[in-house]
Ligand binder design. Structure first.
Ligand code: ADP
Ligand code: MG
Length: 238
């Protein structure tokens, strides 16, 4: 059974329908990439899943339980936002541990978690520094680390590399692929970048106008696109 099921989920903002009934299944331990052009409803889909937007219709199920009415903190989800903001006055260790400290996690447990995640993301040598002393790529890793220290079952990434320059993006892509293979979590990754999607996705879901055009492995989408949109989108250079 898939871990997360969107059952005819609808979302409108006023008269504008962003998601017509959307059916989507997300499997446990799979790295799913939602890819599609800007404005097609990717962020809305993640925000609905995280509980940051209400549903206009339909239901979302977690392991068979409806979660549409649950508050964000009642869902087992951590999210990395596109325009992450680190706390400028706190060092990196404190930025990463902020949510844990609020939740009353013990000092020794916080230290263990921050050290482990910082090693994984290769930012363990930066823990004493302030955000302004870090490069863009390092700050992006801290933003990811801040989500990953939380013991959530599901991690949502909303275009985490979009603020980086092309060279750094390519480097981070490789590092994310390594991370994906090391961490056994349910991950949903949103991007408008087809190279990122093809590099990272175990399964890729191609969206346009709130509708799923095709889903499958990178190879399936590349070899057997179901329509011109998918062929053009997956095949075009960035
Ligand atoms: P994507 O992440 O794929 O670029 P979004 O999910 O952010 O797309 O947005 C999909 C559509 O919904 C866009 O047309 C956007 O303008 C609209 N939209 C998103 N959030 C809101 C909101 N809070 N109020 C009104 N319209 C919104
Ligand atoms: Mg978006």
């Amino acid at each position: 059974m898939p871990e997360i099921v969107f059952d005819k989920v609808r979302k409108s903002f006023g008269a504008v329908e962003v998601l017509p009934p959307l059916d989507l299944e997300l499997n446990d331990s799979e790295f799913t990439v939602l890819v599609g052009p800007s404005g097609c409803g990717k962020s809305t889909t993640l925000r609905i899943l995280a509980g940051l937007e209400t549903l206009s219709g339909g239901e979302i199920y977690f392991d068979g339980r409806p979660i549409g009415g649950l508050e964000p903190k009642e869902r087992d989800i951590a999210m990395v936002f596109q325009d992450y903001a680190l706390y400028p006055h706190m060092n990196i260790a404190r930025n990463m541990s902020f949510a844990l400290r609020l939740a009353g996690v013990s000092k020794s447990e916080i230290e263990e978690k921050v050290t482990r995640v910082a090693k994984l993301l290769n930012i363990d040598h930066l823990l004493d520094r302030k955000p302004a002393e870090l490069s863009g790529g390092q700050r992006q890793r801290v933003a990811m680390g801040r989500a990953m220290v939380r013991d959530a079952g599901t991690f949502l990434f909303d275009e985490p590399l979009s603020n980086l320059d092309a060279k750094l993006r390519a480097k981070m892509r490789t590092e994310l692929a390594e991370m994906r293979d090391t961490i056994d979590k349910n991950m949903v990754y949103v991007t408008h970048d087809q190279v990122e999607a093809m590099t990272l996705g175990d399964r890729i879901v191609v969206m346009s106008d709130g509708k799923i055009q095709q889903q499958g492995s990178p190879e399936e989408l590349f070899k057997r696109p179901v329509n011109r949109f998918v062929a053009g989108f997956i095949g075009s250079p960035t």
